[in-house]
Design a protein around this ligand. Structure first.
Ligand code: FAD
Length: 511
């Protein structure tokens, strides 16, 4: 009896997806729908969820309404609140993974440490903590806000108390009665502060720059409304449509007419005034830049928590740590037992960049040393069949990132399903196409509030260039990513001969 052919040493798949947040799971669903079932989703953690698995801090919730902050193909009539909390969003993503048949494709504890394009075989060679794969295409959905950033402060290593980042909350550490410092006043800190202030002994908030904060129109979605959305699906479609339309209309003010935001700024000023009576604190909390320049935050309980008797707002950054004393940049000293860093993420220097190497043997990080660029936020010259989900200039200041992710998935699926017809093994953008896209994005960026509003923000890279936010409506981006334009691409031909071992396709993924 002939013996079975030996299993390939390195399993091969058509597509390898990195990450299992909204981006990676969305990619999985769309691949299956396109009839591509030969793929793996490589995830460094031991569960799906990305942002919504990692961020479990007290008060963690979305700040775009849930009925818009969800997949169009997986509506959820049961969102419990207009801005649902992390446990519900995480459960939603677990359900998406199950309902859409993604479980057989998931590989956990599989951190991608290297992905290298091999010109000879026209394939990606991928090394992970759980083994190696080869793939014809690589979809990188590693998340814009996935790798925490803690500032390198002198003396931090010797701090005798507890230290953690907002996205790595230590639930075993009891904050009750402790002197706690929260460093940073961004989107995470503003949710954390009011939720821990009542239980801690003393709360010290280090605020380098104040944020503009608007009231949060959050409410419980009553059972009758949820039943209505279940019984009459068009009601939830209508709800989503209204949420979407309102945000699309706001974009012009952010992008072309920042002066229109003056009225919004007045609401934010009124919001400070009604919650904070102490004039000195009010001055500390009032930004000196135009609203919208940094991400607008929403909260009803942040200001009252800052005005509470056990809270001190230090209007300065953290400079150094001396034992259990934190020294601010204004020279003041503060004794604490624990430090919570709400200091954001590696956004413009995404760590996966140094792990992905293209056709010329250069890493994405090297390619991007002067700033991130990609054609239509998704593809990069010299990196054949690499597709970035939430790549450069695809972030949003005011609407749901899922809209952008789904647009990119349209584009990626179009590229993958047209390769055969184009007679190519792979594609990557021409330098001209990538350059002219980037120049157009940066030209449109010039009039935006992010550039003209008088602030610096995490939207900008080390050179001060905004390489993160999309200067337009989500509708504009949807149209720009509907299909690939072959004129914008260089095609990589099929190699003359593919080594037999690499040719054998692993039958490990359920088709
Ligand atoms: C606290 C918080 C609140 C937010 N609220 C909103 C909101 O209200 N509205 C909105 O539009 N956006 C919001 N965002 C932005 C949010 O990140 C995106 O909306 C979305 O969740 C991103 O999905 P993603 O799949 O691209 O990335 P992520 O959810 O970050 O998933 C990336 C995944 O890739 C994995 N990964 C990374 N590197 C590797 C590697 N080398 N190998 C293997 N796996 C890897 C990570 O473990 C993670 O599971 C919020 C972000 C945060 C942090």
């Amino acid at each position: 009896m002939p013996s079975a052919p030996p299993a390939p040493a390195v399993p091969h798949v058509k597509v390898a997806v990195i990450g299992s947040g909204f981006g990676g799971l969305g990619a999985g669903v769309r691949l299956r729908r396109a009839g591509i079932t030969d793929f793996v989703i490589l995830e460094r953690a031991d569960a799906v969820g990305g942002t919504w698995r990692d961020n479990s801090y007290p008060g963690c919730a979305c700040d775009v309404p849930s009925h818009l902050y969800s997949f169009s193909f997986a509506p959820n009539p049961d969102w419990p609140r207009s801005f649902s909390g992390q446990p519900h969003i995480r459960a939603y993503l677990e359900k998406v993974a199950t309902d859409f048949g993604l479980r057989p494709h998931l590989r956990f504890n599989a951190e991608v440490t290297e992905a290298r394009w091999d010109n000879a075989t026209a394939r990606w060679q991928i090394t992970t903590a759980a083994g190696r794969w080869t793939a014809e295409a690589l979809v990188s959905a590693t998340g814009p806000l996935a790798d925490p950033q803690i500032p390198a402060l002198p003396g931090l290593d010797a701090f005798p108390g507890k230290v953690f980042h907002s996205s790595r909350w230590d639930h075993d550490y009891d904050l009750a009665g402790k002197r706690v410092a929260v460093v940073g006043t961004g989107a995470s800190a503003i949710q954390i502060v009011p939720n821990i202030q009542p239980e801690v002994g003393k709360l010290t908030v280090f605020q380098r720059t104040p944020a503009w904060v608007l009231p949060r129109a959050d409410r419980r979605i009553p059972a009758v409304e949820r039943a209505l959305h279940r019984a009459l699906p068009f009601t939830r479609t209508l709800r989503r449509g209204i949420l979407f339309g309102v945000r699309e209309l706001q974009v012009d003010a952010f992008v072309r007419r920042p002066r229109l935001l003056a009225a919004v700024q007045q609401i934010a000023e009124w919001h400070i005034g009604r919650s904070v009576k102490d004039p000195a604190l009010k001055t500390k909390l009032t930004p000196d830049y135009r609203i919208g320049c940094k991400r607008i935050l929403i909260s009803n309980d942040y200001y009252p928590a800052l005005a509470a008797a056990n809270t001190e707002v230090v209007a300065a950054g953290l400079r150094e740590v001396r034992g259990s004393t934190l020294v601010a940049t204004d020279g003041t000293e503060h004794e604490v037992d624990a430090i919570v860093f709400g200091t954001g993420f590696h956004v413009t220097d995404m760590p996966i960049g140094s792990r992905i190497t293209g056709a010329a043997g250069r890493s994405l990080a090297e390619e991007w040393k002067d700033g991130m660029t990609a054609l239509r936020g998704t593809t990069v010259h010299g990196f054949p069949n690499l597709f970035l989900v939430i790549g450069p200039n695809t972030g949003l200041g005011n609407s749901s990132m899922i809209l952008m992710i789904e647009s990119q998935l349209n584009y990626i699926i179009d590229a993958l399903t047209r390769l055969d017809g184009l007679g190519a093994a792979a594609l990557h953008p021409t330098p001209d196409a990538q350059r002219s896209w980037t120049e157009d994005v940066q030209r449109r960026m010039r009039t935006t509030v992010w550039e003209t509003g008088g602030c610096t923000s995490w939207y900008q890279d080390a050179q001060g260039r905004n390489t993160t936010v999309w200067p337009g409506t989500t509708g504009h981006f949807r149209r720009a990513t509907r299909r690939i334009d072959p004129a914008e691409y260089e095609l990589v031909p099929h190699p003359a001969a593919v080594p037999a071992q690499a040719e054998a396709r692993a039958q490990e993924v359920g088709a």
